[in-house]
Design a protein around this ligand. Structure first.
Ligand code: BTN
Length: 250
C-alpha cells in the first residue's frame, strides 16, 4: 500500500485531511485494530504534546500515530519513545540532516526541535494492551508560521534544507526505519538500542534540570536506563532514575 516497504507497519492506513489529534483517533480504534495500523492527518486541530501542551500541526507536517501491540509490561512502554526517536533520526540523516536526540522525546536539529514524540498506552497491571506511538515531524512548512512562543526553539525540515521534501517518501522511510527498530526491539535485548540512542543523543554528559509537577532535580545526565528513563548523577554524588519530566539543559 502506498509503495511501502514494510511488512507490519502501514498494512492498514487511515488517512485524513484533518483530525483533532491522530493519537486520539488511534486510541478510539486501537483495541480492534491490527498491530501496525497507521493514522495520519494532513493537519491537526488539537494536536497534543506532552503534559497537556498543544502541538501546533499545520499542513505540510507529518502528524502520524502508529498502533503497536508488543507483549511487554507497562513499565517498559517508555522504551518505545526511544525506538521512535531512533527511526526519526535515521530518516532525517538520510535526507542530509544532522539530528540529535534529547531525552525523553525530542529530536533536535541545530539545537532546535524538529520532532516530538507522544507515546500513550492502554494497559492492565502486568500487560500492555496497545501502544499509540505518536510522531509529530515538522516537515514542509516555515517556522515563521508558528506561534511566537515556540518559534525560536523550533525548526522544520524545509527551513533546515532550504527546500521541500517529498512527504510520502519521507513517511515511507520513517515507517521502514521504525519497523526495523521495532523488530529489533521485539526480538533482541534492549541494551543495543539503548547504546544506539546514547550515540545519537546530545543529552548524555550534560548538566540538566528535570522539572516534574512535584519536584525539580539538577544533575549530570550519565545514561539511559532499561526502562527508558534518564540516569542522573546528582551533585551529592548519588544517582537517580528519572522516568519522566521536562529536561532543561543548564
Ligand atoms: C511533544 O514533544 O510534546 C510531543 C508531540 C507529539 C505530537 C504528535 S503529532 C501526531 C500525534 N498526535 C498528537 O496529537 N500528538 C502526536
Amino acid at each position: 500500500q502506498a509503495g511501502l516497504t514494510t511488512d507490519i507497519l502501514g498494512t492498514d492506513i487511515r488517512h485524513f485531511m484533518e483530525l483533532e489529534s491522530t493519537n486520539d483517533y488511534a486510541k478510539t480504534i486501537a483495541r480492534d485494530a491490527h498491530e501496525g495500523t497507521v493514522v495520519v492527518a494532513e493537519a491537526q486541530k488539537k494536536g497534543r504534546g506532552r503534559k497537556g501542551f498543544d502541538w501546533v500541526s499545520p499542513q505540510g507536517g507529518v502528524w502520524i500515530s502508529i498502533i503497536l501491540k508488543p507483549s511487554i509490561v507497562p513499565a517498559n512502554a517508555s522504551r518505545l519513545t526511544l525506538v521512535g526517536g531512533l527511526a526519526v533520526v535515521d530518516s532525517l540523516k538520510s535526507i542530509g540532516l544532522n539530528p540529535s536526540l534529547k531525552w525523553p522525546n525530542d529530536v533536535l536539529v541545530n539545537g532546535k526541535k524538529i520532532c516530538g514524540i507522544l507515546t500513550e498506552m492502554e494497559a492492565e497491571i502486568d500487560r500492555v494492551e496497545y501502544i499509540v506511538l505518536g510522531l509529530g515531524i515538522n516537515l514542509n512548512f516555515n517556522t515563521d508560521t508558528l506561534p511566537e512562543e515556540i518559534r525560536d526553539g523550533s525548526t522544520t525540515i524545509s527551513d533546515e534544507l532550504g527546500t521541500y521534501v517529498d512527504r510520502l517518501d519521507f513517511v515511507r522511510s520513517l515507517l521502514y526505519n521504525l519497523e526495523q527498530y521495532y523488530i529489533h526491539f521485539k526480538t533482541q535485548p534492549f541494551e543495543e538500542l539503548m547504546e544506539r540512542w546514547i550515540d545519537s543523543s546530545d543529552t548524555i554528559g550534560r548538566n540538566v534540570r528535570i522539572v516534574t509537577p512535584s519536584k525539580m532535580v539538577d544533575g549530570r545526565a550519565i545514561g539511559i536506563t532499561l526502562s527508558g528513563g534518564l540516569l542522573l548523577q546528582k551533585h551529592d554524588g548519588s544517582t537517580e532514575e528519572i522516568m519522566s519530566g521536562r529536561c532543561i539543559y543548564i
